[in-house]
Design a protein. Structure first.
Length: 337
């Protein structure tokens, strides 16, 4: 017998018990309701089903709580026993009441079947549940004992395995230690050999570096000397270019001064000519107007010097102002008005 079979038996007992309880309750309500209706005032006959329902509810409570206590392995004391037998006796009395009053022994026997079956089922179910609970407890104790035994055996196996593993680790550690010592000795020898090779290589490299440094210093001196010569040549060339630039600027300044002086003389000559006997040609008039504008003479003076109309001279002044604001222009213009 295993735990699954015990649980299956417990479920079968619960299902059978509740089927008997349900049938007995239904049969009791159908049997007791006419008896209660016959002994109840006509105005209150609708209350006839209440008493059998109350008694049957007590039966259901007893059966349910007995099953819970049995599963938990507890004891409810004398009161649950009294309630169980009292509800059973009340159910029996109510079911056979009508047949007993009618003095019908067959009806009494027939109507006592369901209550007696309910009473015996409740008592037997309680005994069964207590036995099942005891069996479940025994099975659980046995399973716990097996589990503890298996755990103990597993612990022993684990201890053996750990001891073997520790011995293997110690043996492997000893081998690894010997291997490390051997490798360390080989590494020291190799390090010494490499150190000698590095010292030799360093000596060769130092000699080569010294030779290269001497060569680099020589090239650096030659480059510095070449650089100094190049800078001297560039300085001399820069001095020549600066002298040429100063000479060119001086010549341009003298040329501009001569041109300005020439223009001043020409302008002075044009303005000193005075009013003409007749109107000047357009080119001459333009030159005179330009000289008058440069000398900041009024338009009336330019009109007198050219013999042209005031409107024409005013237009030329306007053009010269526009040219003055937009940039330098040639002194003479060949366009006609």
């Amino acid at each position: 017998m295993n735990m699954a079979a015990v649980r299956s038996s417990e479920r079968a007992l619960s299902v059978g018990t509740w089927l008997i309880v349900g049938g007995a309750v239904l049969y009791s309500v159908l049997t007791v309701t006419p008896l209660m209706a016959a002994h109840t005032p006509s105005a209150w006959r609708w209350t006839a089903p209440i008493l059998p329902l109350v008694v049957d509810a007590a039966v259901v409570i007893v059966v349910r709580l007995d099953s819970v206590l049995a599963r938990l392995g507890g004891q409810g004391g004398p009161w649950p026993v009294a309630l169980r037998w009292m509800t059973g006796a009340m159910t029996l009395a109510l079911n056979i009441g009508a047949s007993a009053l009618a003095k019908d022994p067959v009806g009494v026997a027939i109507h006592s079947v369901a209550p007696l079956l309910l009473i015996v089922t409740a008592e037997a179910g309680l005994a069964y549940r207590r036995a099942i609970a005891a069996a479940v407890k025994a099975l659980e104790e046995e399973r716990e004992a097996r589990r503890q035994a298996a755990a103990k055996a597993m612990d022993e196996r684990e201890a053996n395995r750990q001891r073997e593993a520790r011995e293997q680790r110690e043996h492997a550690a000893a081998l690894a230690r010997e291997q490390r010592e051997h490798e360390a000795r080989l590494a020291r020898e190799e390090a010494e050999r490499q150190d000698r090779a590095r010292r030799e290589e360093a000596a060769r490299a130092e000699a080569a570096a010294a030779e290269e440094r001497a060569e680099r210093e020589r090239r650096e001196r030659e480059r510095e000397q070449q650089q100094a010569e190049r800078e001297q040549l560039e300085h001399q060339a820069a001095e020549r270019r600066e002298k040429e630039r100063r000479d060119r600027v001086e010549r341009e300044r003298e040329q501009q001064a001569r041109e300005h002086e020439q223009a001043e003389r020409e302008r002075a000559a044009l303005l000193a000519a005075g009013p003409p006997a007749e109107r000047l040609s357009e080119d001459q008039a333009r030159q005179v107007v330009q000289a008058a504008f440069a000398a900041r003479l009024p338009v009336r003076s330019a009109v007198e010097l050219t013999g042209w109309s005031n409107g024409w001279v005013q237009s030329r002044y306007t053009e010269l102002r526009a040219l003055t604001t937009s940039g330098p222009r040639p002194v003479l213009e060949g366009a006609t008005s």
